[in-house]
Write a protein that binds this ligand. Structure first.
Ligand SMILES: [Ca+2]
Length: 217
């Protein structure tokens, strides 16, 4: 009876370990594009988002040090924009994401250089970035895309997502009454909320319980 019970427990534990885990990185900040109005885009217009890592991360794909600052700069160019009720935007291939680790936190939206100082820990190429929106007041753009991680001094420290990150982002600029979203710094058009994640399978052979638990801290 005891042996049978032991096998039963093992079969309960292993399917859980084999499930895919979602590893996350959440950043927030603001986006800028030189010519078009907030929430509107124009073909060939450059689009830049500067974002800061949120301090609390669940299942992070990188061993973020809570004492340091992590900033990301997204640089893409608009390929296509469609206005109207069902709005769409797409961005040209081979956009750029750079992520910096700074031991002296100084991120300031009034000074772009504070987003690129420190160590360039991850570089990535952005492809298939596109957004859609139903033109109802206050609804944000929902943006998807793929970041292929290509290098950076921290590439070998990645906990997961070596193959890349899926973008699940939002661009917002209006309150529900149509008033401009408060707090958008001078020189920026919208707030930019970035959720860059991947699904990775936790190996039952390569992971000890300690390392698996560590991923959830
Ligand atoms: Ca900085």
């Amino acid at each position: 009876m005891k042996k049978a019970l032991g096998i039963g427990v093992l079969t309960l534990v292993f399917p859980v370990l084999a499930l895919a885990t979602t590893f996350q990185g959440h950043f927030s900040g603001y986006s800028a594009h030189p010519t078009s109005a907030p929430g509107v885009f124009a073909a060939n217009e450059p689009f830049t988002a500067r974002v800061i890592l949120d301090t609390t991360q669940e299942n992070p794909w990188y061993p973020f040090d809570p004492l340091k600052e992590y900033t990301a700069v997204l640089d893409v160019v608009v390929l296509f924009y469609l206005g109207g009720f069902n709005q769409a935007v797409s961005f040209k291939p081979a956009g750029i994401v750079n992520i910096y680790e700074d031991s002296s936190p100084d991120a300031n939206f009034a000074n772009a250089a504070t987003f690129t100082d420190g160590t360039l820990i991850l570089t990535g190429q952005v492809n298939n970035m596109a957004g859609n929106r139903i033109n109802i007041t206050s609804l944000p753009w929902a943006v998807s895309g793929e970041i292929t991680l290509t290098g950076g001094s921290g590439f070998n420290n990645l906990l997961a997502c070596h193959a890349g990150l899926i973008m699940n982002d939002f661009i917002a600029w209006q309150l529900p009454n149509g008033a401009p979203l408060p707090g958008i710094p001078t020189g920026y058009k919208e707030s930019y909320n970035a959720e860059w994640k991947c699904e990775d399978t936790v190996s039952t052979e390569a992971s000890s319980w300690g390392s698996v638990k560590g991923l959830y801290r």
